[in-house]
Design a protein around this ligand. Structure first.
Ligand code: HEC
Ligand code: HEC
Length: 399
């Protein structure tokens, strides 16, 4: 009798515990809602390198002992790129000191990036008087390996500097000087010693190696053999990070999967997709691009759907911060990829922070901020029927 009672009590307690657990555990997100997995079919060795890069990117938090600073913005890559999704205005970077293609005039005063935090005993930077600046929210880090493998010829084929086709959209690449350590593909196009760059909001970075080396250096204050300059003193110091770690992080970024479109069979979504092309959003947000050869089979000679042309466009004076990088004008921005757009709120605290500095709180608001070359397209959107506008938004949220 006593035993049975205890047993029943035990079972009830067990059930209560299970219930308590299911209540507190968040729903497991579907696979197509996660951004931080690898592309399909990595070999055993490649997968191990992906995981090593994942750890360095997300788990390695720098301290004074491991080289942090002495001035810095954050202590790990993952603190700004949580879950590899977009960041928020609370994880922005500030860059300052360049107004045209003649280069950054404030390098001697801490440019191009503001290191707004410092270890005890050091002074954090402030934006120097007279320097223009821009704030950047972290982009999602998805599918970057595909973007890296688009040939210069493909990028140039989308450029239309004089708007020869008369659609109001021009578009030029960012020509910039590149560091000596990057690997230049055989088919790279060069002009007066400059190369076509593609990463970053201003499209001023050549490849993922340069992006990674810069991020360690400028964001965390970590030197590597690729860039030995100490961000505080400006003098060269011993590398604080191994080449292997840098290579692993680059490989991780190259092999992060691309977001997959959801709700593809929804009629509103497919109608919205047609409207998106009809009103020429696709003039800049190019639905489809192709990669060249890669030793990673999943990335090699593939068609993919990023919704960008990797070119710079004048989006109007409303978005002109007076700051730039490379050959971009201050009014120009590199078309951001729209894949993963609908998943942005997952890493932005349940809401949207869109455009380069996160100023748009919704997709509708982002569209309304398009001026300059984006003006015709925005006007065409505004002229749609209400239900058609909703279909465009439904489509964008499916990306
Ligand atoms: C303080 C926040 C912050 C930290 C820390 C940070 N990032 Fe970023 N990351 C950004 C912002 C903001 C951008 C956009 C910068 C730009 O447009 O030039 C960016 C851009 C990138 C891009 C380019 C993406 C694209 O679509 O062009 C890559 C790749 C990247 N970061 C990797 C890293 C790596 C690797 C680390 C760690 C070594 C890191 N980031 C640390 C905020 C951060
Ligand atoms: C002339 C080129 C161009 C056209 C046309 C264009 N866009 Fe954009 N779009 C951009 C650029 C460049 C940005 C980034 C501006 C910034 O960061 O401040 C952008 C940003 C966006 C964003 C915010 C993305 C993010 O990650 O923050 C959305 C959403 C968007 N565009 C949707 C559209 C839609 C919908 C249309 C059609 C009505 C359209 N765009 C037409 C170039 C264009």
């Amino acid at each position: 009798m006593k035993k049975a009672y205890l047993l029943t009590a035990g079972i009830i307690a067990g059930i209560l515990m299970i219930q308590a657990c299911t209540k507190t555990q968040p729903a497991i997100p579907a696979d197509d809602e996660l951004l931080d997995g690898p592309v399909d079919g990595l070999s055993y060795a490649a997968n191990a390198q992906f995981l090593a890069g994942d750890k360095a990117f997300n788990a390695d938090v720098f301290t004074r002992q491991t080289g942090l600073g002495s001035i810095f913005v954050a202590t790990s890559c993952g603190s700004c790129h949580a879950g590899d999704g977009k960041g928020t205005p609370f994880t922005t970077l500030t860059r300052f000191g360049q107004t045209d293609s003649t280069g950054n005039q404030f390098l001697h005063l801490g440019g191009p990036q503001l290191q707004n935090r410092a270890l005890p005993g050091y002074t954090a930077e402030e934006i120097p008087a007279g320097a223009s600046f821009s704030k950047f929210t972290p982009p999602a880090n998805t599918g970057l390996g595909y973007i890296e493998l688009v040939s210069d010829a493909t990028i140039l084929s989308m450029a239309d500097p004089n708007d020869a086709n008369g659609d109001g959209v021009s578009g030029v690449p960012n020509w910039n000087f590149i560091p000596g350590y990057v690997h230049i593909p055989v088919n790279a196009v060069t002009q007066n010693g400059k190369y076509i760059c593609r990463f970053g909001k201003k499209g001023s970075t050549f490849d993922l190696l340069q992006q990674t080396v810069n991020a360690y250096n400028q964001d965390i204050g970590i030197t590597s053999s690729f860039n030995t300059k100490d961000v505080y003193s400006g003098s060269n110091i011993d590398p604080e990070l191994s080449d292997l770690t840098i290579r692993n992080v680059v490989f991780y970024l190259q092999t992060l999967k691309a977001p997959v479109q959801r709700s593809q069979n929804d009629l509103d979504v497919s109608t919205g997709e047609n409207l998106f092309s009809l009103i020429n959003c696709s003039g800049c947000h190019r639905p489809q691009l192709v990669t060249g050869y890669s030793p990673v089979e999943a990335l090699s000679n593939k068609t993919f759907f990023p919704y960008t042309d990797l070119l710079l466009h004048d989006l109007g004076s409303g978005l002109d911060d007076g700051y730039t990088e490379g050959s971009a004008e201050t009014i120009e921005w590199r078309t951001p990829a729209l894949w993963g757009l609908g998943l942005s709120p997952n890493s932005q605290g349940g809401q949207y922070f869109l455009m380069h500095d996160g100023r748009a709180g919704s997709i509708e608001e982002a569209i309304q901020l398009h001026g300059g070359e984006g003006m015709q397209s925005k006007n065409a959107f505004n002229a749609l029927q209400e239900n058609e506008k909703l279909q465009v938004i439904r489509f964008l949220k499916s990306l």
